[in-house]
Write a protein that binds this ligand. Structure first.
Ligand SMILES: [Zn+2]
Length: 223
């Protein structure tokens, strides 16, 4: 089985969160992901990665942009006027502020980010994602006490962490109302070896999942 997971919030744009076997759409624009907060703008199809970055924005109809993951969070964002973003956000990216940077970059090519929608795709769920103190410290630097709500203590010096809660928090701080943020449900990458690759489960040899979004002509609301 290799079906793209689609979400109604993004119904006006071509998009998909990949499962095992989904191949990159033709002409997919990608970046060399480095767990940072750099965002690049795609203006044309490119076989080579645009550069080192963890998010891409575009307003070019028909041009798919995307990220790959294996446990980290993929976030796809679209504005009503037809600007889109694809973001790769693991704990390092969240701590670095990659979502804030992505919304900022989107705001430089679109006037309507206040009406944008964001969908948080399949990623490693809290019950499968135990982290240690340095990870919590890095996230606390960015999120402050709010990080506590995403944590559940396990054994000394460790806790489970709900990355999606922090991603949603970053989006809400960037101006997204709660009804404009969605999470793909029942999609823990580590729990489901039939549908998803998982770095934590499979190690360095793990495959990667593609996720993409492209502006459609239909998705460009006149304004
Ligand atoms: Zn799980």
């Amino acid at each position: 089985m290799s079906d793209w997971i689609r979400h109604p919030l993004l119904a006006r744009q071509a998009h998909g969160f990949g499962t095992i076997g989904c191949e990159a759409p033709r002409g997919l624009v990608r970046v060399k992901q480095v767990h940072g907060r750099v965002v690049l703008r795609a203006t044309r199809a490119s076989d080579a990665p645009l550069g080192e970055a963890d998010a891409i924005v575009s307003d070019v109809p028909g041009l798919p942009i995307g990220v790959v993951t294996a446990d980290c969070i993929p976030v796809l964002i679209a504005t009503p006027s037809g600007a889109v973003a694809a973001v790769h956000a693991g704990w390092r990216g969240l701590a670095a502020g990659v979502l804030e940077a992505s919304v900022d970059a989107l705001g430089r090519i679109a006037h309507d980010t206040a009406d944008a929608v964001a969908v948080i795709g399949p990623h490693i769920g809290a019950r499968c994602y135990e982290v240690d103190a340095p990870v919590v410290s890095a996230l606390t630097l960015r999120f402050g006490d709010a990080v506590d709500a995403a944590l559940r203590a396990t054994r000394p010096g460790h806790c489970e962490i709900e990355l999606a809660r922090l991603a949603a928090l970053d989006l809400s701080r960037a101006g997204f109302a709660s009804e404009r943020i969605a999470v793909v449900e029942d999609a823990c990458t580590a729990c489901d070896p039939v549908r998803f690759h998982s770095y934590r489960r499979d190690g360095p040899a793990s495959g990667r999942l593609f996720h993409y979004i492209a502006v459609t002509d239909d998705g460009r609301q006149s304004s």
